[in-house]
Write a protein that binds this ligand. Structure first.
Ligand code: G4P
Length: 194
């Protein structure tokens, strides 16, 4: 997606070989116009597939997932990392360990909001090692719902997330695929239409 790549080049900061800071338009300060366009892009790509719900993981996935849900006229489920006390029964849970952040958490979803009749699109900001997405897939499959695919804003293609998702038979649509990061260097894999 040309607009997202331009934004990454102009406002993203390649901290080192592994980490791209996008705090100024995705993770901290959020650009709503960009998010609306991202929602349209995912809505077009995943149109006419019988999708019933959008699923995302708190927190940075929420903005693009909500705009995708709005575009597609569907409800959105936010998977929780720290379930509130009010959310204490009828839960699907799975432990996720993030290599990027060096943390573990119990990804949680209420059984009330998903069923075997759902066909789900997962939306998130980054695909790095793919542990978050794999955790979301485990939860959705516990509910016997099916998965239409994973839409991510930024795929770090030099990390194993994409391969992990391919192995699980999950279609990935990434709006910007980064082939290389280094201090002040950001290189992309060209889009198919470029
Ligand atoms: P993992 O297996 O290493 O955990 O990779 P995964 O793709 O699951 O990403 C884990 C978390 O690290 C995600 O945040 C993701 O957004 C973040 N992340 C991965 N690579 C980068 C990067 O290059 N830059 C930035 N800024 N973040 C990155 P999360 O746990 O879902 O938390 P949140 O930020 O959504 O709250």
């Amino acid at each position: 997606m040309k607009l997202l790549k331009e934004k990454i080049i102009s406002e993203g900061i390649a901290v080192n070989e592994n980490i791209l800071k996008v705090d100024g338009f995705i993770n901290h300060l959020v650009d709503p116009i960009l998010m609306a366009k991202i929602g349209e892009e995912f809505g077009t790509h995943f149109a006419n597939q019988g999708i019933t719900k959008i699923v995302t993981v708190e927190s940075s996935g929420i903005a693009p997932a909500l705009m995708t849900a709005y575009t597609m006229g569907l409800p959105m489920i936010i998977l929780k990392k720290e379930p509130s006390k009010a959310l204490n029964q009828n839960l699907y849970q799975t432990v996720v360990t993030s290599y990027t952040k060096g943390t573990s958490y119990e990804l949680t979803m209420s059984q009330n909001y998903i069923s075997q009749d759902d066909h789900v699109l997962i939306i998130d900001d980054f695909l790095a090692n793919g542990e978050t997405a794999t955790g979301a897939i485990r939860l959705i499959r516990k509910a016997h719902a099916t998965i239409a695919g994973l839409g991510v804003l930024i795929e770090k293609s030099f990390q194993p997330g994409r391969e992990k998702l391919d192995q699980q038979g999950v279609h990935v649509h990434a709006l910007a695929r980064i082939s290389k990061l280094a201090e002040n260097v950001i290189e992309f894999i060209p889009d198919e239409n470029e």
